[in-house]
Ligand binder design. Sequence first.
Ligand SMILES: NC(=O)c1ccc[n+]([C@@H]2O[C@H](COP(=O)([O-])OP(=O)(O)OC[C@H]3O[C@@H](n4cnc5c(N)ncnc54)[C@H](O)[C@@H]3O)[C@@H](O)[C@H]2O)c1
Length: 336
Amino acid sequence: MKINFLRSKIIQIFEKHKLSKKHSKVCADYLIKAELIEAKSHGLTRLKMYCNRIKKKLINPKPKIKIKRISSSISYVDADNSIGFVSADIGVAQAIKNAKKTGVGLVAIKNSGHFGLSSFYAEQAVKKNLMVFCFTNAPPALAPYGAKKSLFGTNPICFGAPTGKTPFILDTSTSIINRGKIRHAHKFGKKIPYGVALNKFGKITTNAREALNGTQLPIAGFKGSGLAWMVDILSGVLTGSSHGGKTKDPFDDFSGPQNVGHLFITINPKIFIGNRYIKEIKKNIKLIKKLPKAKGFSSILYPGERKNNLYKKNLNKDILIPRKILQEMVELNVVK
Ligand SMILES: NC(=O)c1ccc[n+]([C@@H]2O[C@H](COP(=O)([O-])OP(=O)(O)OC[C@H]3O[C@@H](n4cnc5c(N)ncnc54)[C@H](O)[C@@H]3O)[C@@H](O)[C@H]2O)c1
């Protein structure tokens, strides 16, 4: 489907679900962005889920989002159960504004929902020549090290830095793969990679349904569990949002709004070394890229480069939509 046509259809679907035109456009753009960087787990496959939650009044389509000023650097956003894309979009814009004024921006968001990929927001700060950290919590998927039961989300850690060229954007779950990839595999009857999840009996499984009912494995064992815990503290405890396994799963927990928390930290990279920053980061990247390559590697990529290349490659192409998702769009009663 042509990107512009698809965008207009997604906007119609969200408007039909009572979102304003402005908010519908924000959501459509992020869903399409996920498709363009081939993060199918966070693209159109989630449209039905967001609409379901709006219909069940668990996402507020007309939120009154409040931004409280705590200092010139610090702001606190109450998202009023808005769809996560919209509150995160507002939150990162505020974090950018704060850092432009003072050198550092810190924005906490409470009462939000699933916001897609952290890189969406990191990219905006990097495009304004800022470094950035983005944190968000997510529903239970990982067992804390030593526990039998899932409690932490796949809680991503995202860091971005301007490089003078393609942004450096490391955006990783604290689980080996993100949960969306497992949901996507389940939806399309595919297997998941070996070694990323256990079934409910604690055995490695490649069956997506079993993995969803079991537990995902953290990156690097107890270290990943610790990082997921850190994100739970930063985006849950610190922001006054759900934490300790209380974040609701957007797909199958309809007992209330998700109350997801996000935290954005923006930093002017010139605060210590001034204009030398760009020279130094370029030097840093050049040094690493020039290293002798390991067997099977023709180049060393930094985080964010691959997705940027995919985006450029796909930007002028049509988006292929699987029949199952087209059918969902028909059921959302817009695409005829
Ligand atoms: N909103 C949520 O609740 C939520 C929860 C978890 C994850 N997520 C999102 O899921 C995505 C992470 O998914 P994932 O954990 O499966 O990771 P991934 O495999 O998609 O990528 C992880 C990181 O590794 C980098 N990378 C990949 N290949 C590389 C290579 N060859 N060389 C150098 N770097 C490379 C990527 O740029 C990225 O920064 C993130 O965008 C994250 O924000 C969202």
